[in-house]
Structure formats: structure tokens, C-alpha cells
Design a protein around this ligand. Structure first.
Ligand code: ADP
Length: 423
């Protein structure tokens, strides 16, 4: 199938987020982990490429994004979306602006929009200022982010040092007048040479107006939410064939496993709830793993009935995590847990498990890599931002639910497995 929209995301969970929102429309969406090595084949109407470029040096991020663009153009895409975080995570050195300018140059376009708003998740933009819930971005917890501390809430001021051409704004008063007014304002700004246009949005209706006005732009940029209306608009316009529906759920064996490497508050509640329901569980202790290796976990797993979806978890309270990090170092503690979860995933697959629920962004990356997965087809959403995905691993059809830290509600693990049954 010819690709209609090609999306490039600057991190993995950002890619699953936009892929899940596009798939809400029921059309076929594929997610590729990294730029594929081979030429496009068997492509979907919507292709999403997940990069790991959010905090990479600018030159590397630009080069990787341009490679992704080439692949998507080869897949037939004529429209493109550059997806970054809804809190505009970046430093004055990059990468959102430089990547956008490189994409604009390659595509030969002289204007794009920036709309990281995601009102359902409390991200809104008013007069060019980004809010997280009721707080301006620079007063939100993002001000203390370890890698990308956000100390200004004004998107024009954040963007200007990252780009070479003029930055402007279309504010909410114009967006509220509808798609025609927004288009006219964008044309006016183009006449003034404004290449980079921040667009206000405080509610889903605003995103619909923006998507309607900008659906034919060759390049749009933003968070995932402004892309959500695009499939419906393309279907209406006839750009997307009505038969672009996603495929059926593959036949999957009964075995399942739940792997949790996230220590976020919601994941801790999810692990507790799953164990309280009587699910079999095995706790990974990084200190014991450092001493004895993963064999204990693998032996325990081998003795379980895969039909009961056993849980292996490193999920622990902050004090516990700190104690392990003090002894082993932050990176080493994380790596030893990730390597063990990855080994358990492979062992579970080899023992017949075909449904995998994984908690944790980094943990999900480690598991997908170990399973040799490079392409995921996106299925139905389990919780906002977390779809079931389908892929091949060592010749078998498998299903993966990859959940980053605070996503989902307490019963996520059981709900996810039950939801797959019902599909
Ligand atoms: P989240 O999405 O919640 O941020 P991640 O999987 O991205 O979850 O990150 C959690 C990190 O913490 C991983 O690197 C994981 O290996 C590490 N980790 C998990 N459990 C422990 C623990 N008990 N002690 C130390 N580090 C841990």
C-alpha cells in the first residue's frame, strides 16, 4: 500500500503514542524502530519511524531524520509529520528547530507549523505559551528535567535560537475563527517571510481546525494530538482509500508473560494489583542479579504455566532503587535489570509465549531489541497512548503491549491481556 503520511518521532514511546492515535481511526499504521536498512516494502498507509534523537547531538539527529525522510519518500509518502514531545523537550542547541529546517530544505517548503498541544493530557498553548495542566511549562516539573530542563514557557522564544528563519504565531483568536481564517493568516505570515509558525490550541476543537487547515501542508510538526484528525480528513478527501483498514489480529498461542522494569508510581500500583489478583510473580533484585546472574529468574520462569501470564518485575520503591544504584551505579543497575528482562522475554518466547506486556520505556526498548523486532503493526488501544502491537519474532507472530511509566490504570496488566482475548 502506498504510504500517505510519513511520521518521524524523536523517541520510541513518542512513536507508539502518535501511531496509536492515528490507528484510532481504524486505518493501517506501521511503526519502524529506527530507519529500516532495506527499501520499503509491504508498507502501510501511515508509517511511523521511531528515532532516538531527542537529546542526541544536533548533527547526528539531523542526519538520522533526513535518512528517515528519504525512506518515507521512497515509500510514497507526500506528507510528513515531525513528532516531538508535548512539552517541547529540547535545549537551545536543538533538536526540534534544526531538524524541522533540514526537513523543510529537503522537501522544498518555506513554512511549517509547531503545535505540541495535547489538551486531553493537559498540554495547551495560549498566546504562544505552553501550559502543563494549569502551570506554565517553566513552572511545571519539566523545569527540573535531568536532560532537557524547560525554563521558558514561550514557544517562540524557545524556537528562535534553534532556527535561522523568522518565527511567528497564529493565536487562539484566529484559530477560533476556523480553518479559513487560519489558512489566511498562515498565507499572510508566509508573505512576511515567517517560516516557523507556532499555533495556539487549548481544546480538541482547535486541533481539528488546525488539522483541517493544514492537512495539505507537506510538513507539519507537533505533538501527537494534532495528527489525530488527519486520517479522517484524508478519507474524506479521498487521499486515503477506504480499504486502508488495519489487518486482522494474527492467530496467537495462549502463552503470555508480563515484564516490568518501570519503577514509576503507576507501574508500582499495577504490579501490586496484578499480584493481589493471585498472578504468579518473581521479583528481580539488581544486587542479587549482579552477584548470581539471571539464571534464578530463568529457572523460575521455566517452571511457570505460560497460560497464567507470569510476572517478572524489578519494579521497586524509590528507596530500594536508590540503594541498588548506590551500590552498582545508576547505569549499571538499569542495564542489569534490562538485560535480565530481555533474556526472560527471549526464554518466554522460546517456551511458547506469544503475548508480552512490558512496563517501562527503556525496558520496552531492551525487550523489543532482544526479540529482534524492527517493525510493529498497531492494533487497538488498551489505554490512552498504549496500543496492542503485532510483529514477528524468530518466525513467530507475537503481540506486544509496551507501556511507558505512568500510563494506564491499576488493572492495566490484566486488562491488556483480557483486551487481546476480546479482539
Ligand atoms: P519508565 O517508563 O517508568 O521510565 P524505564 O524502563 O524507561 O521505565 O526506566 C526504568 C529504569 O530503571 C530501567 O533502566 C530499569 O532497568 C531500571 N530499574 C528498574 N528496576 C530497578 C531497580 N529495582 N533498581 C535500579 N534500577 C531499576
Amino acid at each position: 500500500m502506498t504510504t500517505v503520511l510519513g511520521c518521524i518521532a524523536d523517541d520510541f514511546t513518542g512513536a507508539t503514542d502518535i501511531a496509536g492515535l492515528l490507528a484510532r481511526s481504524g486505518v493501517k499504521v506501521s511503526l519502524r524502530i529506527g530507519v529500516p536498512d532495506s527499501a520499503p516494502e509491504d508498507t502501510a498507509a501511515f508509517e511511523v519511524i521511531a528515532l532516538k534523537s531527542r537529546t542526541a547531538p544536533v548533527a547526528g539527529a539531523v542526519a538520522e531524520t533526513r535518512a528517515a525522510l528519504r525512506w518515507l519518500r521512497d515509500a510514497g509518502a507526500g506528507r510528513f509529520f515531525w513528532k516531538y514531545c508535548s512539552t517541547f523537550d529540547s535545549t537551545p542547541e536543538g533538536n526540534i528547530g534544526p531538524v524541522a529546517e533540514a526537513l523543510m530544505a529537503d522537501l522544498g517548503v518555506d513554512q511549517t507549523i509547531y503545535c505540541p498541544a495535547f489538551p486531553e493530557n493537559g498540554r495547551s498553548i495560549f498566546m504562544g505559551n505552553l501550559f502543563v495542566g494549569r502551570q506554565p511549562l517553566a513552572e511545571s516539573p519539566m523545569k527540573d528535567h535531568p536532560l532537557t530542563p524547560m525554563r521558558d514557557s514561550n514557544l517562540m522564544r524557545l524556537l528562535a535560537p534553534q532556527v535561522t528563519r523568522p518565527v511567528g504565531l497564529v493565536d487562539r483568536l484566529t484559530v477560533a475563527q476556523g480553518a479559513g481564517a487560519l489558512r489566511a493568516r498562515l498565507a499572510g505570515l508566509r508573505g512576511e517571510g515567517v517560516a516557523h509558525v507556532v499555533v495556539d490550541a487549548v481544546a480538541n476543537e482547535d486541533l481539528e481546525v488546525i488539522a483541517e487547515a493544514c492537512r495539505d501542508m507537506v510538513l507539519m510538526t507537533g505533538g501527537s494530538a494534532v495528527a489525530m484528525p488527519l486520517p479522517g480528513l484524508y478519507l474524506r478527501d479521498g487521499v486515503l482509500a477506504a480499504d486502508a483498514a488495519r489487518g486482522a489480529v494474527p492467530e496467537l498461542g495462549a502463552g503470555a508473560v508480563v515484564l516490568s522494569g518501570s519503577c514509576s508510581a503507576m507501574t508500582r500500583a499495577q504490579v501490586a494489583a496484578y499480584l493481589a489478583q493471585g498472578a504468579p510473580g518473581y521479583r528481580l533484585d539488581p544486587l542479587a542479579l549482579a552477584k548470581d546472574g539471571p539464571q534464578g529468574a530463568l529457572d523460575w520462569l521455566a517452571a511457570q504455566d505460560p497460560a497464567r501470564a507470569p510476572l517478572i518485575y524489578a519494579t521497586a520503591e524509590p528507596d530500594n532503587v536508590r540503594a541498588a544504584q548506590d551500590r552498582l551505579g545508576v547505569a549499571a543497575a538499569g542495564e542489569i535489570v534490562e538485560a535480565t528482562l530481555a533474556a526472560c522475554a527471549v526464554a518466554a518466547r522460546d517456551a511458547g509465549a506469544r503475548r508480552f506486556v512490558v512496563a517501562g520505556g527503556e525496558s520496552s526498548g531492551a525487550v523489543t531489541q532482544a526479540l529482534g523486532v524492527s517493525r510493529l503493526d498497531i492494533g487497538a488501544e488498551i489505554a490512552p497512548g498504549v496500543p496492542w502491537t503485532f510483529c514477528r519474532s524468530d518466525g513467530a507472530d507475537i503481540a506486544l503491549a509496551l507501556k511507558s511509566g505512568n500510563f494506564g490504570t491499576e488493572d492495566f496488566f490484566a486488562d491488556a491481556l483480557a483486551g487481546l482475548e476480546a479482539m
